[in-house]
Design a protein around this ligand. Structure first.
Ligand SMILES: [Zn+2]
Length: 951
C-alpha cells in the first residue's frame, strides 16, 4: 500500500469517528462553488492533485509538504518537467522551481539559457545574431505564488497549474509547451505557509466559517505572511537578506524571463486586482514594459468579464520602491501582480450577503495564470524585440544612464563593503576599483551638495553605469528617486484632507545610505585604469608571544568578534579612542584581548584564531602597550573592560512582528550568540536577573504600572534596556523610567534644551583670544548664545506649530544624522549617518541624558551671518543645517525633527536606558544604523553601566 492510500484511509477513519462525536454542520463549504477548476482532457498516468491531499483540490489550503509530495511524484511521472532546488528555508524546507515545457525544449535548456544570456548583453551580440536568437527562442514565463504565507490561494492554483500543464492532452496546452518555458515557483514562502496551515488546523471547527474576522481566517501573531524571521520577502528582492530571495533571484537572473507573475492576496472584502501600477512609478523603469503590462491586463480583464468575475487595475498599486518582485522590471522582465481577496478556506461573506468561496479564489488565480501565458505566447517575439532594443540602449552612450558613475569611497569597514559587493554581483552588476586617484568634476554628495573638483581616492568601488543592468543600478544606487510634481501634489492633498498617503512603501532606499557608506555620484562615464573589484585580503596574525591581540573597530565584524569571544568567557576590552600601537593604526572602538586579563585561559590564542577564521576578519598581534604622545596606553582609561551580554528580546502579541523578527535575526545572523525571546506577558514574574540586556522592539503594547516598576528595578540594578520606535514612544510617554521627552511635551523647557544643544555646537568650534582670556579686569563683553537671536518663539506658538508640522512626518526617507563622535554607541559609523526616518517619536534629551545622534548635518556657510531659530533650537551664525538626504521629507517635517535626538543614552541607577527613535535594523538592510544597535547590545552592558564585581 503506498503512502497516499494509507493517508486517505486513515483520514476516512478519522472522519467517520469524529462524526459520531460531533454534530453534522448544516452546510459544507464544498457546496459553495460548483465549477471544476481542472476540467481538461488529462493523461491518466499523471496523478490528479486530489491524490496528494486530504480534501478535494482547491477547497482547502494544501500544506507545503503536500505540494512537495506532488512535485516529487510529478518529476517521476512526466518528461515535461525539470525540478530545480534553488535553496532551503531557515526551517529546512526545500525551495523549488519547476521548469515545464515540451520534452524537446527540456532537452535544450542549456542552449536556451545561453541564447537568453547572449540577448541580454548587447556588447557581445550583433543585431543579426540577436534576430536569429529571437527567431529560435521559446517564450519564457516565471510564475510565482504565495510569497506571503497566509495569502494561500496562489500556491493552490500553482499545484493545479503544474498538473494541468504536464497532464493535459489538449492542443492549447501542448502548443503552449512547444513554444514556451514555464517556470513555476509554487510556494515562495513555505515556512510562512506552514505556520498558517498549522493555525488552520488549530482553529477549524465542524461547520464552515464565513466570518473574515474569525481566527481561522486571520491566524494569530506573528501571522503567516512572513518567513521564519518574520521578514516580508516581498521587500527583499534587492537587499537579498533571506535565503528564499537569495536563491530565487539568482535563478531568475539566470533565466531572464519575459514575464514574472507574482500572485498575492489582499483584504477579504476586496475583489481581484491586476495590471500595471499607477504613479509613482520609478523613473528608471522602461516605459515599453509598462505598455506590455496593459496588453496582459486587457486579456486578463476580458477573461474575467466573460466569467462574470469582478476585478480592477491600478488603484493602490504603485512602483517607486525597487525591492518588490518588480525589481525584474528594471532588468527587462514584465512583472505582473495578482491580488485576490483573501480567505483561508471555506469562504467569506460579503456585505451583499453572497459568499466568495476559497475554491473560487483558487480558480481566479488559475485562470489568470493560463490567460497570461496565452498572452505571452501571442506577443513573445514582439516583446523579445523590445527587450533587445532596451538592452542595446543600456550599454550605449545615448542612454539616460550612460554618463553616470556611482562611487563608494574606501572604508575600513571591510565586511560591510564586501556585503554590498555581494548584493550587487548577485544582480550581475559589474563593479570596479581604481589603483590611482581619479580627478572628476561636479560630483554629487549624499547630502545633495555639488563638489566642483573631486578626487576619487584609490581603492574606491566604482560602478560606471554604461552596462547591461543600467536601469536597476540607477534604481538602487541613485541618491534620490525622482517623484513627479503631480504625485507630490496628490500626496499633499491626501495628507491635508485626512492624513492618508499615496505612498505604499518607503520613498528612499538607495544602498549606500542604507548601508551607511560614503558615496558620490559622478556625472560622467568613468573609465580608464579600472580593475575588477575584489575583496581585500584578510590577515590573521595571532602570535602567542604577543601581549594582546586586536581587530579594527570600524569593521562591523569586530562587534561579532568581541561578542563571540565573550560568549566563550574571554575577557575583552575595547579601546574608545584611535590608537597606534606596535606600528598599527586602529580605529576608535577596536576590541582587544589582553593576555594578562585572561590568566587562566590556556586556550586563549586558539580561541582568538578560530573566531577570526570563522568570521574571516584580520587580527593583529601587539607587543607593546605604549602609545606615542597623547595616544592611549594599555593601562589607561581608554582600554575599557566589556561585560558579557546576557540578552533577552521582549516579544509576542503587541509588538511589531517585523521589528521583533529583525532583532532576532540580527542577533542570529550578525552575531550568532545565545539569547532568549521572552513572552512579554511574563515580565511580571520572570526572573529577569538572568539577563543584563533587554531589547524592546517597536510595539504598541503598553506596559502596566507593575510591569514598568519591574523594569525600573531591573535597570537600577545594572540592566541595559534598549527600545525602538513605538516602544520608545511608550516609555517616553510613561514619563517615569526616562527623562527623555517627546517634542510635543517639551515646550515648557525649550530654553534648557536649546542651551544643551548650543553647548554641543560651541564645544566643537572653539577659538581662543588670548588677550581677552588673560585680561585681569572684569568684562561685560560676554556672549550668551540665547541672546544672539531675536526671533525667540513662545511655547504656545511652538505647540501650535508642532501640531501642524506633525501632519507632515515622512514615511521612510533618509535624513542626515549628526553623530557624537566620542560616544561608544557610534563606534564604526560615519560622521553624517543617513537615518531612515518615518513617523517616529521626536526625542528631546535634556540634562542627565546624552543625545548620541541628532537629526541634521551642521555645515559651514558663511553667508548665514545670523543665528537662525528653527522651532526650539538655534543654529549658530556661519552654519546651516542639512536635514533631507533622500525621499520625501516635507519642509514642515524637517523643521519639526531638526536637532531632535535619534538615539539617546542615559544612566538610571546602576544601569542605563538606550532609546532609538526609529527601527535601526529595518528589513535587515539598514546596516548603517544596525551598527549602532549592535554596539548597544554587545557593548552596552560593559560601557554604559556600573561594573559588577563578584566579591
Ligand atoms: Zn501579498
Amino acid at each position: 500500500m503506498n503512502k497516499f492510500i494509507q493517508t486517505s484511509l486513515l483520514l476516512t477513519l478519522t472522519a467517520y469517528c469524529s462524526a459520531e462525536v460531533l454534530k453534522y454542520p448544516t452546510s459544507y463549504s464544498s457546496d459553495l462553488y460548483k465549477e471544476v477548476i481542472l476540467n481538461g482532457n488529462y493523461d491518466s498516468s499523471i496523478d490528479h492533485p486530489n491524490k496528494f491531499l486530504d480534501f478535494k483540490y482547491g477547497e482547502r489550503v494544501a500544506t507545503p509538504e503536500q505540494i512537495e509530495d506532488a512535485i516529487n511524484v510529478y518529476k517521476q511521472q512526466s518528461n515535461k518537467i525539470k525540478v530545480i532546488n534553488y535553496g532551503t528555508t531557515h526551517e529546512g524546507r526545500p525551495l523549488h522551481a519547476l521548469i515545464i515545457s515540451s520534452p524537446d525544449n527540456i532537452a535544450q535548456l542549456d542552449t536556451i539559457k545561453q541564447n537568453l544570456s547572449a540577448l541580454s548583453d548587447a556588447r557581445k551580440t550583433s543585431d543579426r545574431e540577436a534576430k536569429k536568437i529571437i527567431d529560435s527562442l521559446p517564450a519564457v514565463a516565471w510564475m510565482a505564488y504565495s510569497i506571503h504565507g497566509n495569502e494561500t490561494s496562489g500556491a493552490d492554483a500553482a499545484l493545479g497549474l503544474i498538473y494541468h500543464l504536464i497532464a493535459s492532452n489538449d492542443s492549447e496546452t501542448t502548443n503552449l509547451l512547444d513554444n514556451m518555458i514555464i517556470i513555476v515557483d509554487p510556494v515562495m514562502n513555505p515556512d510562512g505557509r506552514a505556520r498558517f496551515a498549522k493555525s488552520l488546523e488549530q482553529y477549524r471547527g465542524t461547520a464552515p466559517n464565513y466570518d473574515d474576522q474569525s481566527l481561522i481566517h486571520t491566524g494569530d501573531w506573528p501571522y503567516g505572511r512572513t518567513n521564519h524571521y518574520y521578514f516580508d520577502l516581498n521587500r527583499d528582492w534587492v537587499y537579498l537578506t533571506q535565503p528564499e530571495t537569495q536563491g530565487r533571484v539568482s535563478l531568475i537572473n539566470e533565466w531572464k524571463p519575459q514575464i514574472l507573475v507574482d500572485a498575492h492576496e489582499m483584504g477579504a472584502q476586496d475583489t481581484f486586482m491586476t495590471g500595471p501600477a499607477r504613479e509613482p512609478i520609478n523613473k528608471n523603469m522602461n516605459r515599453d514594459l509598462v505598455k506590455w503590462g496593459n496588453v496582459f491586463a486587457q486579456d486578463q480583464g476580458s477573461e474575467f468579464d466573460r466569467r462574470n468575475w469582478r476585478f480592477y487595475t491600478g488603484e493602490w498599486h504603485e512602483d517607486l520602491y525597487p525591492g518588490y518582485s518588480f525589481y525584474v522590471n528594471f532588468r527587462g522582465t514584465l512583472g505582473i501582480l495578482y491580488e485576490q481577496s483573501r480567505m483561508a478556506e471555506d469562504g467569506v461573506r460579503r456585505p451583499e450577503g453572497t459568499i466568495q468561496s476559497y475554491k473560487e479564489s483558487v480558480h481566479h488565480q488559475f485562470i489568470s495564470s493560463l490567460t497570461n501565458l496565452n498572452t505571452l505566447l501571442a506577443n513573445s517575439k514582439a516583446m523579445y524585440n523590445d527587450y533587445w532594443v532596451a538592452r542595446k540602449l543600456n550599454v550605449s552612450k545615448e542612454s539616460e544612464w550612460a554618463n553616470q558613475t556611482f562611487v563608494i569611497l574606501p572604508t575600513k569597514n571591510l565586511s560591510r563593503i564586501n556585503t554590498l559587493a555581494d548584493k550587487l554581483k548577485s544582480q550581475n552588476i559589474e563593479i570596479y576599483t581604481n589603483k590611482q586617484n581619479i580627478n572628476v568634476k561636479n560630483v554629487l554628495k549624499q547630502t545633495g551638495d555639488i563638489v566642483e573638483e573631486f578626487n576619487i581616492p584609490a581603492g574606491s568601488m566604482i560602478i560606471p553605469n554604461r552596462q547591461p543592468e543600467a536601469p536597476l543600478i540607477s534604481a538602487i544606487l541613485e541618491f534620490d528617486a525622482e517623484i513627479d510634481e503631480d504625485v507630490l501634489k496628490k500626496e499633499r492633498e491626501a495628507t491635508l484632507r485626512d492624513g492618508s498617503s499615496i505612498m505604499y512603501d518607503t520613498t528612499a532606499f538607495n544602498f549606500t545610505m542604507m548601508y551607511g557608506l560614503e558615496a558620490v555620484t559622478v556625472p560622467e562615464y568613468v573609465k580608464g585604469n579600472l580593475s575588477s573589484w575584489e575583496p581585500s585580503s584578510v590577515e590573521i596574525d595571532v602570535d602567542e608571544k604577543a601581549i594582546m591581540w586586536i581587530v579594527d573597530g570600524t569593521d562591523d565584524l569586530s562587534v561579532t568578534f568581541a561578542a563571540r569571544l565573550m560568549e566563550q568567557d574571554v575577557q575583552v576590552r575595547i579601546v574608545d579612542k584611535e590608537i597606534s600601537l606596535s606600528g598599527k593604526n586602529l580605529s576608535r572602538g577596536s576590541p582587544v584581548v589582553i593576555a594578562m586579563d585572561n590568566p587562566k585561559n590556556s586556550n586563549l590564542v586558539q580561541l582568538i584564531k578560530n573566531t577570526a577564521k570563522d568570521l574571516n576578519i584580520s587580527v593583529s598581534s601587539l607587543y607593546t602597550g605604549f602609545g606615542p604622545e597623547e595616544l592611549p596606553d594599555w593601562g589607561g582609561r581608554h582600554f575599557r573592560l566589556l561585560n558579557k551580554p546576557q540578552i533577552a528580546i521582549l516579544s509576542h502579541e503587541g509588538f511589531s512582528s517585523y521589528d521583533v523578527g529583525v532583532s532576532w535575526w540580527s542577533l542570529d545572523h550578525h552575531l550568532g550568540i545565545r539569547h532568549s525571546q521572552l513572552n512579554t506577558s511574563m515580565i511580571g514574574y520572570a526572573d529577569l536577573r538572568r539577563y543584563n540586556t533587554l531589547i524592546m522592539p517597536s510595539g504598541y503594547r503598553s506596559l502596566n504600572q507593575s510591569e514598568i516598576s519591574v523594569l525600573k528595578d531591573w535597570v537600577k540594578q545594572g540592566g541595559t534596556l534598549i527600545a525602538n520606535n513605538d516602544s520608545t514612544r511608550m516609555l517616553v510617554s510613561d514619563n517615569s523610567i526616562t527623562s527623555i521627552k517627546d517634542v510635543s511635551n517639551s515646550f515648557e523647557n525649550s530654553h534648557d534644551y536649546n542651551i544643551k544643544l548650543q553647548r554641543e555646537f560651541l564645544s566643537k568650534n572653539i577659538s581662543i583670544d588670548l588677550d581677552y582670556v588673560n585680561n585681569n579686569k572684569i568684562t561685560s563683553d560676554i556672549s550668551y548664545p540665547w541672546e544672539e537671536t531675536e526671533n525667540r518663539i513662545d511655547s504656545d506658538t511652538l505647540k501650535k506649530r508642532d501640531k501642524w508640522q506633525s501632519l507632515f512626518m515622512p514615511s521612510g526617507a533618509f535624513v542626515a544624522g549628526r553623530i557624537d563622535d566620542k560616544h561608544w554607541l557610534t563606534f564604526g559609523t560615519i560622521d553624517t549617518l543617513p537615518l531612515l526616518y518615518s513617523n517616529f517619536p521626536v526625542l528631546m534629551a535634556g540634562s542627565g541624558s546624552k543625545a548620541v545622534i541628532r537629526v541634521g548635518e551642521l555645515v559651514n556657510d558663511t553667508s548665514q551671518d545670523i543665528y537662525k531659530t528653527i522651532n526650539w533650537s538655534d543654529i549658530p551664525s556661519g552654519n546651516d543645517l542639512n536635514i533631507r538626504m533622500s525621499g520625501l521629507v516635507w519642509p514642515e517635517a524637517s523643521a519639526r525633527i531638526a536637532n531632535s535626538a535619534y538615539l539617546t543614552q542615559e544612566r538610571y541607577g546602576k544601569g542605563q536606558i538606550i532609546l532609538f527613535s526609529g527601527e535601526p535594523n529595518f528589513r535587515g538592510s539598514s546596516l548603517g544604523t544596525n551598527r549602532l544597535w549592535l554596539n548597544s547590545v554587545i557593548y552596552g552592558s560593559g560601557l554604559g553601566t556600573s561594573p559588577r564585581i563578584t566579591p
